[in-house]
Design a protein around this ligand. Structure first.
Ligand SMILES: [Zn+2]
Length: 379
């Protein structure tokens, strides 16, 4: 099943409909009905299916079907054909996260073997790797057209550890508009790049302040809200006072910190210290910051049905945190208790020669078998 799913090139820019159709047909072959939640453009879809009783709240196994590009990566073998070598399965998405999705699907016959008292839901999404947006229309249907799960297990790679918290990701784009002039006449121009430079200095101060504030829970690595800029562009030529400068910046915050406070701080700094100098030259100048990505964090919820169940099934007595973001925060925001627990190591995700260890696959199968037993007696 892992080989079959990996063979669909579901890089986020592609449609995932062939994979979803395959899964729908596979489930139908086992007498399990699926509900598709299509994207606005209709070229992608999420899939929701229930195994077991329709009138009880179940446990959702959730995974994204898209994967990151292989472009420019030095792969030793075809990324879309799984190769087994040294106890590992190589291929794009084996670890992040078609491995988990495939194991859940392969377990369907076992789930169906005896009647379940608590249903098991499958919730497969798209466009997770781009901005974590594809799962949102499906989540919006939970409690409406689709049943509201009692717990959700998001199978991102955690080496089957139970992850109860992760940071948020919030991305912003700041565009500074200056006023062009010949560089011999800088008194007639408003330099967008230099203005952006002043804003970036404030961004660096915000970064330092976040480091100083730290992480009171002591659970995250790095142990603070991070502030970063990863892309900048601006200007036309060395002898033109630049009209535009644009930079993209990102906040990965602790789950209880509102990243928009940093957006407001940059705005206030700009209005007080940067904009007046631009406006003195031309009224058309400006500083505009917009939010482009907003992935909510996962907040610890000790004793939640998801955490209790996952710890029992994983045979674990502790929870952990991760620094990457997942769809779990979105399920939690919608009122579904959620944790992250899946096979494989995040260190192999997004890499060339991505792989999953077969021992991890086996651990996950064991987890699913214990889930089936628990669902039979009732969770
Ligand atoms: Zn992933």
């Amino acid at each position: 099943m892992i080989s079959r799913l990996v063979a669909f090139d579901t890089t986020s820019e592609n449609s995932n409909l062939e994979l979803i159709t395959f899964v729908r047909d596979y489930l139908a072959g086992h007498g399990v009905e699926s509900t598709l939640v299509p994207s606005e453009e209709g070229d992608k879809a999420s899939l929701f299916a229930t195994i077991g009783p329709k009138d009880a709240a179940g446990v959702a196994l959730s995974g994204h079907t898209d994967c990151v590009p292989v472009t420019g990566q030095p792969w030793s073998t075809d990324p879309f054909a799984v190769v087994e070598k040294n106890g590992r399965l190589y291929g794009r998405g084996t670890c992040d996260m078609k491995g988990f999705v495939a194991i859940a699907l392969a377990m369907v016959p076992a789930f169906l073997e005896k009647p379940l008292r608590t249903p098991i839901h499958l919730a497969l999404s798209y466009d997770e790797e781009t901005a974590c947006t594809g799962v949102r229309p499906m989540i919006a249907e939970l409690g409406e057209r689709l049943p509201m799960p009692r717990a959700c297990i998001v199978g991102e790679p955690t080496r089957m550890g139970v992850v109860d918290a992760h940071k948020t990701i919030t991305d912003y784009v700041t565009v500074v508009t200056g006023h062009e002039a010949h560089s011999s006449l800088i008194d007639k121009g408003a330099n967008a790049i230099l203005a952006a430079g002043e804003l970036l200095c404030e961004l660096a101060r915000m970064r330092d302040d976040m480091i100083a504030m730290g992480d009171p829970t002591g659970r995250f690595t790095p142990a603070y809200t991070t502030v970063h800029t990863g892309l900048i562009s601006g200007g036309t030529a060395h002898n033109i006072v630049p009209l535009k400068c644009r930079f993209e910046w990102e906040v990965r915050s602790l789950p209880d910190f509102d990243p928009d406070t940093l957006k407001r701080r940059l705005q206030t700094f700009g209005e007080q210290h940067v904009l007046p100098k631009l406006r003195a030259i031309a009224p058309t100048t400006g500083i505009e910051t917009t939010k482009t990505v907003d992935v909510i964090g996962l907040a610890p919820d000790p004793g939640s049905p998801a955490e209790t169940l996952a710890m029992r099934l994983a045979g674990s007595n502790k929870t952990q945190t991760v620094s990457y973001a997942t769809e779990a925060g979105l399920f939690q925001e919608h009122g579904v208790p959620s944790i992250v627990c899946g096979p494989g190591d995040i260190a192999q995700a997004h890499q060339p020669d991505e792989y999953i260890e077969i021992s991890q696959v086996e651990d996950c199968v064991g987890f699913m078998q214990r889930l089936a037993e628990a669902a039979r007696t009732g969770i």
